[in-house]
Design a protein around this ligand. Structure first.
Ligand code: FAD
Length: 303
């Protein structure tokens, strides 16, 4: 595949190369599988750096995550990144999954602790014979093979379990020291939160990319619930923008595109060149935002 055009011009007129990645979740049934693959096919010509596939809470999607990752490898030119959590699993079990991915040709893992087995908000207890947290898991993956690229999570508004932002950044540092090469943030809607966090992270000597995770708001109610579980704030101005549109999906979609466009273009103006999109397995909005970012499909470029 030809590589896509991926240049964006910021407000000072400087051209920058923009890199994107897309996150998908493994489908539950045949109709969702169809939607997922249509989305992957639509977004693939934008030549993302990688596409990641989530791992359901406590490994509940284990087989579906593996099947999706392996199909991406077999049937597309894309580079998959497999999410993996260590909650409620013995080390041996997790290690076997990592070896299995390595054998299949997967070389990128998004390593996460995972939410407590009883659900987000409960107290986390590591499996007695398992990895303790994200950092411990990163070290385990790197021990199995140093050629894995490992991405980890980062929380501009602090992880709900963390007593302070500094404790959270200590964990990020531990993940970097264990071998993580990139952090992807929880989604956020106020860019200032991201830049304040970035300042603190850089001041702590953490120099890996901290890639902003962007959630295009396809469904405001679902995004609000998701945010409450993830410890992300939903500003009043955002609620106001979607207010009164519950029964008007067409306008909601236009507003969602406008909100996300405003957010990413402001990030570009302020120097950001890498983006991770939480696609929710839908291509339209993400495709439009990438177009605004200057990404063009490889085919169009060749024509
Ligand atoms: P860690 O980095 O290990 O810890 C997160 C924070 O919690 C740390 O900053 C630390 O300060 C604090 N902490 C950790 N342990 C303790 C403790 N015992 N006591 C007090 N504080 C503690 N979840 C899934 O199930 N599947 C996925 O595919 C998935 N993908 C994700 C992708 C991204 C980009 C992000 C941002 C999150 C994702 N999550 C996923 C959610 C993630 O699993 C949860 O947020 C989980 O609660 C924390 O995992 P972590 O790897 O961030 O944890």
């Amino acid at each position: 595949m030809n590589s896509a055009i991926r240049l964006s011009r910021n407000e000072r007129g400087e051209q920058r190369r923009i890199d994107v990645s897309f996150e998908f979740f493994p489908p539950k049934d045949e109709s969702m599988e169809k939607i997922l693959w249509e989305s992957i096919e639509r977004l693939a010509p934008l030549s993302p750096n990688f596409v990641s596939v989530t791992y359901g809470a406590g490994g509940t999607t284990r087989e579906r995550t593996h099947a999706t990752v392996k199909r991406i490898l077999a049937e597309t030119p894309l580079t998959p990144a497999a999410h993996l959590t260590c909650v409620a699993a013995a080390r041996g079990e997790v290690d076997e999954i990592v070896r299995n991915y390595h054998g299949a040709g997967v070389r990128h893992i998004v390593a996460l602790r995972g939410d407590p087995a009883d659900g987000a908000g409960e107290r986390y207890a590591p499996h007695p014979g398992g990895y303790q947290n994200g950092a411990d898991l990163v070290a385990g993956i790197k021990r199995i093979s140093s050629d894995f690229e490992v991405s980890v999570s980062a929380y501009p508004e602090k992880h709900p379990d963390s007593p302070t932002v500094d404790a959270d950044i200590d964990m990020l540092k531990a993940k970097l020291d264990a071998g993580a090469g990139r952090a992807i943030t929880q989604f956020f809607f106020e860019n200032d939160l991201y830049f304040r966090y970035l300042d603190r992270v850089r001041a702590r000597g953490i120099d890996i990319p901290i890639v902003p995770g962007i959630l295009p708001v396809q469904n405001f109610k679902a995004a609000t619930n998701f945010a409450a579980r993830a410890g992300a704030s939903v500003p009043a101005w955002l609620a106001e923008r979607f207010h009164g549109l519950d029964n008007d999906p067409a306008t909601r979609k236009l507003i969602a595109a406008a909100v996300a466009a405003e957010q990413v273009l402001d990030l570009v103006d302020r120097g950001v060149t890498q983006f991770h999109f939480y696609t929710m397995n839908r291509a339209d909005l993400v495709y439009a935002i990438c177009h605004l970012l200057g990404l063009r499909p490889a085919v169009e470029q060749a024509a």
